[in-house]
Design a protein around this ligand. Structure first.
Ligand code: GAP
Length: 445
């Protein structure tokens, strides 16, 4: 299957990519990590707006995967755990990428990312043989740096769900089918991180392990593929930039019987946002064998004892944020003036509302502060009283704020404010008393 977009789409997208990366830096979504020290390759810090957006995105996942369901429970497992977890899961032996060195420029490269065996850095074909490189970050727990103290930063959140399977089963009295969900940081010592936050060494995952009867695994796999595609559409991802791609047999991870990727059309082609795998009973069996603790389910109604199969929708939060930003970026013309606008879904935008007093005069500022105080109890809300109103609208458009509430001198008389819509730029007058309900109806969902 082709991974290359049509040329015109690709050219447009490369410009868009540059524009989005610049915007995220300029407006405080994403900064190179520790920039005052020259940064660290492919390590990023999330600024005020990026932190808000990332949190909104994780909340949106949480709502769909935990809050709105009665068959999924959450956990929050440790990043550092017993290293035997990684032995049992197969990560110690098989979580590797093929590494080659360029003998000419000394660059280290991923063999499976090379085109025709050519070093992308210097063009040389004088490369070493590929050898497996384990992606897990190794560290030592405690003051003694010996083999007994070795631990790993988790490369996926998933194992936290498997090793807690029995605990969750007994404490919540669940029975399959049910899921355990978790959002958290994962770490991989990627050989070639890059493409901004697409591939980094530290990133956030949103994963759910859904335990079901083996006979129902295929059906649940189809179900979760549909659910997860629908989630991206629900939050405004255009269908034309999204596809579901089933894996070929030779692509499957060591634990998977089947897998499909939700892919986004990045400037460099289709790239994975989320993998939805049928992990079979691989993990529960492996942990049973290594720990000696039986990880199975006994169905008292039928008398059947079985090791559940697992369907796993595993998404990247930071990668999804980048895709939503790329999809939302737009430039248009309003009243003869060019503007940049992020057409983000209201639930994902850093701010849902901005309150803009027309003047800093005390009586107006007081009313605007009151309006702001009412709104911020329900919504993530900005307050901006600097520069002209036109410039403030542009600034809010550029960071994706769907609605601006303008407090003007008439507001002092009529107890009403103007709501301006980011996308249409239409404005209408609304009584202050009904403002919170009005914005809530607009945010919807
Ligand atoms: N538990 C299964 C698992 O971890 P994965 O496909 O390796 O599966 C799931 O990872 C998601 O995590 C990916 O679809 C991607 O969105 C995100 N991800 C993986 N590696 C990443 C990296 N180095 N940087 C940013 N996101 C990454």
């Amino acid at each position: 299957m082709s991974t290359t977009p049509a040329p015109e789409q690709s050219a447009q997208s490369h410009d868009r990519f540059e524009a989005v990366v610049n915007l995220t830096k300029r407006r405080g979504f994403v900064f190179p990590s520790a920039e005052i020290y020259g940064g660290l390759r492919s390590s990023y810090d999330y600024g005020p707006l990026g932190t808000l957006m990332l949190r909104n995105l994780k909340d949106a996942w949480w709502r769909a995967m935990v809050q709105e369901r009665d068959d999924v429970v959450p956990i929050d497992a440790a990043i550092l755990t017993n290293p035997r977890v990684w032995e049992a899961s197969g990560h110690l032996s098989t979580f590797t990428d093929p590494l080659v060195d360029c003998r000419n420029c000394k660059e280290r490269l991923r063999a499976d990312h090379l085109e025709n065996g050519v070093c992308p850095n210097c063009g040389s074909t004088d490369l070493t043989e590929a050898r497996p490189f384990n992606l897990m970050f190794k560290t030592f727990v405690g003051p003694v740096e010996d083999d007994a103290a070795v631990a790993y930063l988790r490369p996926e959140t998933a194992q936290g769900m498997f090793v807690n399977f029995a605990n969750v089963l007994t404490t919540t009295r669940r029975r399959p089918p049910f899921g355990i969900a978790q959002i958290g940081r994962s770490f991989r010592n990627e050989i070639t991180p890059g493409n901004f936050v697409f591939r980094t060494r530290e990133f956030e995952q949103m994963e759910m392990e859904f335990f079901c009867h083996p006979d129902e695994a295929e059906q649940w796999h189809r179900y979760w593929c549909e659910e997860r595609m629908a989630w991206y559409l629900r939050y405004g991802m255009p269908a034309s930039l999204l596809r579901l791609r089933p894996h070929d047999k030779d692509e499957l991870a060591h634990y998977a019987a089947a897998s499909s990727d939700v892919e986004f059309l990045f400037p460099w082609g289709w790239g994975e946002l989320e993998g939805i795998a049928n992990r079979t009973d691989f993990d529960l069996r492996a942990h049973s064998e290594h720990s000696g603790v039986r990880l199975e389910y006994f169905d008292q109604a039928t008398g059947e004892r079985f090791t559940p199969y697992v369907i796993e929708p595993a998404a990247g939060a930071t990668r999804a944020m980048m895709a939503f930003l790329l999809a939302a970026y737009d430039e248009d013309e309003i009243g003869g003036e060019r503007r940049t606008v992020l057409r983000l879904h209201p639930r994902l935008a850093p701010y849902q509302v901005a309150v803009l007093p027309l003047s800093r005069k005390e009586n107006l500022a007081q009313l605007a502060r009151d309006v702001h105080a009412r709104l911020r109890r329900r919504f993530i809300c900005d307050y901006d009283d600097t520069q002209s109103i036109g410039r403030r609208y542009r600034r809010q458009d550029e960071i994706g704020t769907p609605w601006c509430v303008t407090v003007d001198f008439d507001s002092l008389e009529d107890d009403a404010v103007t709501i301006r819509d980011r996308d249409s730029t239409d404005q209408r007058r609304v009584p202050i008393a009904g403002l919170v309900a009005e914005i809530a109806a607009l945010v919807g969902d």
